[in-house]
Design a protein around this ligand. Structure first.
Ligand code: BG6
Length: 499
């Protein structure tokens, strides 16, 4: 991955977090920063300014953060490292909807610059609800906070980046009035996960995979992101999102492009992003006619998860009793290029499912039933499973002689994966992402044209769903989704693999 080979003063910066008292800061950002302190991966001259509306002293703010840290940090909190982080941490009280207040923030940051020797470099993290993105960027711009001669400014935007193609374009145009594309970091926390970064290494670092990674050898690809969790307290957000926007437009599309991309000409950020984007361009046109047989939407009803009863989606807080929001999507799609034409990609994501995992299954084509498989009804295929979470690693299935019989053949399963509690939506992914942003490496962040293509794709499916009468709820919490999601593959003579 491309890195700016600069160090020392160049990396010095002030990280300004809008939403400094919010959930994301408590649960992810501060724990991530704490662990970067431990790993000595923060710049020498560095300050964090948390901007929040709440009236509290800096001391009280630090006490709050200390509590969160104890709850969410992967490393035990010790006095030495906490003192170091606390020394960098500042609280600035300000209502960011008040355009008149930005000049005060500017003065505060300029003063801090001199104290900490951060040279005017800024990273602005918008850890706020999306309706405030534009307001904040306008405030930063009009108060002249983003363009200081000889210094750089970067912007971090949390998802959702727009709610459809139109709003995403509008937002992006606003951002581009103030920041250059290369200074905008759109967070997709899946890209911070180890196994997602490993996809390219496995594909392009192993001759065995590189040569068989195409429609001649691969029967189908399955990308499955399932969760046991329901929407919990996020019903208000989820009602405007649904699984399509929440998971497919972002995480699943990113994984799809990494699995299907051509080898980039080098490991530079833009070379990688360009190849990812081309995959999205090659997705076969998603027409309503195509969708009729190739997409399944679902919503969970009540059920049992891990032995305990859980409510249905419509009974969750802030969810209307007649909600038609989808909490499950399964979809078949084709990538029409020379590498993939004819090989289906099946994607599936859902909340309140029987198992919670993120996996990519590559199913290889069967051999002709001539020799060993002549008398067997079923031939176990070669499967390569990239396990993202909670198990992390690679699983491979291949056929061998069954030593307990004369002529039997059994599938042998090789599994390098191990259980890793840190691969969920945890601060760990943010450690990597924050570190990369401070170094100016945008490889793990989608470029605008990728986001645009992802919305163009998702919009068609969302529109189709909105015009469709759904019989929700149509799967029980604790199941693996609606029956029609199984039929989607069964019609093609295939099945979902839950290995
Ligand atoms: C988020 C979604 O982006 O990803 C959540 O908004 C979802 O709804 C989460 O639960 C899943 O992330 P992870 O890392 O726990 O798989």
């Amino acid at each position: 991955m491309e890195r700016e080979e600069k160090d020392g003063d160049f990396l010095s910066a002030i990280l300004v977090i809008f939403g400094g008292t919010g959930d994301l800061t408590h649960r992810k950002l501060i724990p991530a920063l704490y662990n970067l302190v431990i790993d000595q991966l923060l710049p020498k001259n560095f300050a964090i300014v948390s901007v929040g509306r709440r009236n509290k002293s800096e001391e009280d703010y630090k006490i709050d953060m200390y509590q969160s840290l104890k709850e969410h940090s992967r490393n035990k909190v010790d006095d030495k490292h906490w003192a170091k982080l606390a020394g960098m941490l500042h609280y600035y009280q300000f209502d960011f909807t008040d355009q008149g207040g930005y000049s005060g923030l500017k003065d505060y940051l300029d003063e801090l610059d001199l104290k900490v020797k951060t040279g005017g470099n800024r990273v602005f993290y918008l850890a706020v609800a999306p309706e405030y993105f534009e307001t904040i960027v306008i405030g930063l711009h009009t108060s002249n906070m983003t363009k200081k001669p000889g210094a750089w400014s970067r912007l971090i935007i949390e998802k959702p980046f727009g709610k459809d193609l139109k709003t995403a374009r509008k937002l992006n145009n606003k951002l581009l009035e103030v920041f250059e594309e290369s200074s905008i970091y759109r967070i997709d926390h899946y890209l911070g996960k180890e196994m997602i970064q490993n996809i390219m290494v496995l594909r392009f670092g192993n001759s065995i995979f590189q040569s068989i990674w195409n429609n001649k050898f691969i029967d189908n690809v399955q990308i499955s992101l399932t969760e046991k969790l329901g929407v919990g307290a996020r019903g208000g957000y989820y009602e405007n999102s649904g699984a399509m926007r929440d998971m497919v437009q972002s995480h699943i599309i990113q994984i799809l492009s990494l699995v299907a991309m051509e080898p980039p000409v080098n490991l530079k950020t833009d070379s990688i992003r360009t190849e990812k984007q081309k995959v999205l361009e090659a997705i076969e046109d998603i027409t309503p006619g195509f969708l009729r047989n190739n997409v399944v939407f679902g919503q969970y009803g009540k059920g049992i998860i891990d032995g305990s009863p859980v409510p249905g989606y419509r009974e969750e807080p802030k969810v209307p009793a007649d909600s038609n929001t989808e909490t499950f999507v399964a979809l078949k799609l084709f990538i029409n290029n020379f590498r993939w034409a004819g090989t289906p990609f099946y994607i599936r994501t859902g909340k309140r499912m029987g198992t919670g995992s993120a996996e990519i299954v590559i199913q290889f084509k069967d051999l002709p039933n001539i020799l060993y498989f002549k008398d067997k009804e079923v031939q176990e295929p070669n499967l390569l499973v990239l396990r993202i979470q909670p198990n992390v690693g690679v699983f491979f299935q291949f056929n061998t002689k069954d030593f307990t019989s004369h002529n039997g053949i059994i599938p042998t399963k090789m599994d390098t994966s191990y259980y890793s509690p840190t691969q969920g939506n945890t601060p760990e992914a943010y450690e990597r992402l924050l570190y990369d942003i401070l170094r100016g490496d945008g490889t793990l962040f989608p470029r605008w044209d990728e986001v645009e293509a992802a919305w163009a794709f998702a919009d068609k499916i969302i529109k189709y769903r909105e015009n469709k009468i759904s019989q929700f709820p149509n799967y029980d919490a604790g199941s693996m989704g609606p029956v029609s999601a199984f039929e989607l593959l069964a019609r093609d003579g295939r099945k979902w693999w839950n290995i």
